[in-house]
Ligand binder design. Structure first.
Ligand code: FAD
Length: 467
């Protein structure tokens, strides 16, 4: 489909080179319309539904040379992977696996573009890694006026003395780098990224059925969360029999590293399909008429995950959730300091009880995930180890935004930082959300200087009140 429902861009451009990307930015400025860089269009807040020039990156998917000759001596031996911003995470995973390498972290599915994933601070679940934007060590971006820049941290890989400036200018500045990479496309269009990568390994994932009440004390312990390479908890936000059912997914290096080589990764597709959005379109239709069944249905979905064991290569295990395109959902996620994970979850439980009395139910398990600190100013993980709480309502259950808005308001009032790559209920108080982004003013000043004509102020940026 060329244009998704609700989209009405003034024009669509599909640049295939950096020079063409520069040209399109200048053309939009000449037309006097905003630009929205667009990846695979999975962001649930639908930034791509912006007016203006939609800059699709599906023509920018190539792997690029890693510019080793331009690197500082101390960077020469490091494993880096450079590609255009429209490459999908799935395609990058395949390329890397063929060389015995892997991304250190990724979201639970892999069809996003790397540009979209880093721009929204997409993350996995493990304290050993920050969000995906923190894998980026260098990026090429086209900002206001069609200015092409290679941006890096101050100690980034490029040696200024070896840099060849024919295509773009080099900026090595921590604040600029950490403003534009996870910048929601509000600071410019990413043309390419250079990623830090790690040796591929065989991972083992286990799932255990428990209750949040049993987990409570362990989740408050940083040592427990750190025990695993990755750890995620799915919880029924609704209580049954005084308890909240939970499923714990723990991922560690496999004890038998040869197991995965003997065959395909071992996992049962049915519970995988159920994960996160557990009942499919039929369940959504059912729950629309019988919303009070949600607590039982969520418990059943969590039970189906019991005892699952997955063994496979890094990407096979970390991004193993198949995307069921028939199931649509609204999902919001807010991020908290690690130490607040239990109190924030308890607050969700209390609100879920109140809402249930009014006949309003969340219709999927909530997800609790963990990430290391990020250096990126707009990232929900900025400057602190983080626990994220994701709340999901299946589409078709009625008024999804109205169901989620009180949870966003509650979690924002507790200091939660919102994930802009998921849904953003319009009625949620944006001022409260903005107040929870500690480096917002520095980010704004930095981005305004790069885009003084406000060419990259697209719909999501405006609606979120970011610029
Ligand atoms: C089924 C599903 C599962 C998900 N799982 C996770 C998860 O596990 N963890 C998690 O954190 N998130 C998750 N997300 C959120 C998802 O990772 C983000 O929405 C991501 O941004 C989608 O990438 P995309 O290529 O579709 O980007 P788009 O939706 O096209 O764009 C998202 C944003 O990035 C900007 N952008 C895109 N490309 C560029 C570029 N080249 N330069 C500058 N800006 C750009 C856009 O302007 C926009 O603001 C999930 C979403 C879905 C639908």
């Amino acid at each position: 489909m060329l244009i998704a429902p609700g989209e009405s861009p003034d024009d669509i451009a599909r640049p295939r080179t950096l020079a063409r990307l520069v040209h399109e930015v200048r053309r939009a400025e000449h037309m006097g319309v905003p630009i929205v860089p667009v990846g695979a269009r999975y962001a649930l807040a639908r930034p791509h539904a912006s007016r203006g020039l939609q800059l699709r990156t599906d023509g920018l998917r190539r792997r690029l040379g890693d510019r080793a000759r331009e690197r500082r001596d101390e960077w020469v031996e490091r494993d880096l992977f450079r590609c255009e911003a429209g490459a999908t995470v799935e395609a990058i995973n395949e390329r890397l696996a063929a060389r015995g390498l892997a991304l250190p972290t990724m979201g639970a599915f892999a069809r996003q573009t790397i540009g979209g994933a880093v721009a929204t601070s997409t993350h996995g679940s493990g304290l050993s890694s920050g969000p995906m934007c923190d894998m980026v060590v260098s990026a090429e971006i086209v900002t206001g006026g069609g200015l092409a820049l290679r941006v890096e941290p101050t100690d980034g890989p490029t040696d200024p003395a070896r840099f060849s400036s024919d295509r773009c200018d080099l900026i090595q500045d921590d604040t600029i780098f950490h403003s534009v990479v996870a910048g929601l496309g509000a600071a410019g269009a990413l043309y390419s990224v250079t990623l830090r990568v790690v040796p591929d390994e065989v991972l083992e994932e286990t799932r255990t059925l428990t209750t949040f009440e049993e987990l409570r004390a362990r989740l408050m312990s940083r040592a427990f969360v750190r025990t695993f390479r990755d750890l995620a908890v799915l919880v029924n936000p609704h209580e049954r029999g005084g308890r909240h059912a939970a499923s714990v997914t723990a991922i560690s290096t496999a004890t038998d590293p040869h197991a995965a080589r003997r065959g395909r990764p071992r996992h049962n597709l049915v519970p995988r399909l159920l994960e996160g959005i557990p009942f499919g379109a039929y369940a959504a239709a059912f729950l629309k008429h019988r919303p009070g069944s949600a607590p039982v249905a969520i418990d059943a979905a969590l039970s189906a995950l019991r005892g699952q064991r997955v063994i496979g290569r890094t990407a096979e295990v970390l991004a193993a959730t198949p995307l069921n395109e028939t199931v649509k959902a609204h999902a919001v996620e807010l991020a908290f300091p690690l130490a607040d994970v239990v109190s924030a979850t308890d607050a969700v439980f209390a609100l879920a009880r109140e809402e249930a009395r009014r006949g309003r139910y969340l219709t999927a398990p909530m997800t609790i995930r963990f990430q290391g600190a990020s250096k990126h100013l707009l990232s929900p993980q900025y400057d602190r180890e983080t626990a994220t709480l994701e709340l999901i309502v299946l589409d078709g259950t009625g008024d999804e935004e109205r169901l989620l808005a009180p949870y966003v308001d509650l979690l924002a009032s507790l200091g939660g930082r919102v994930h802009f790559g998921l849904s953003l209920p319009r009625r949620a108080s944006s001022q409260r959300l903005l107040a929870n982004i500690p480096a917002l003013e520095l980010w704004r000043r930095t981005v305004e200087a790069l885009d003084p004509r406000r060419t990259f102020v697209h719909r999501l940026v405006r609606e979120a009140g970011l610029r």
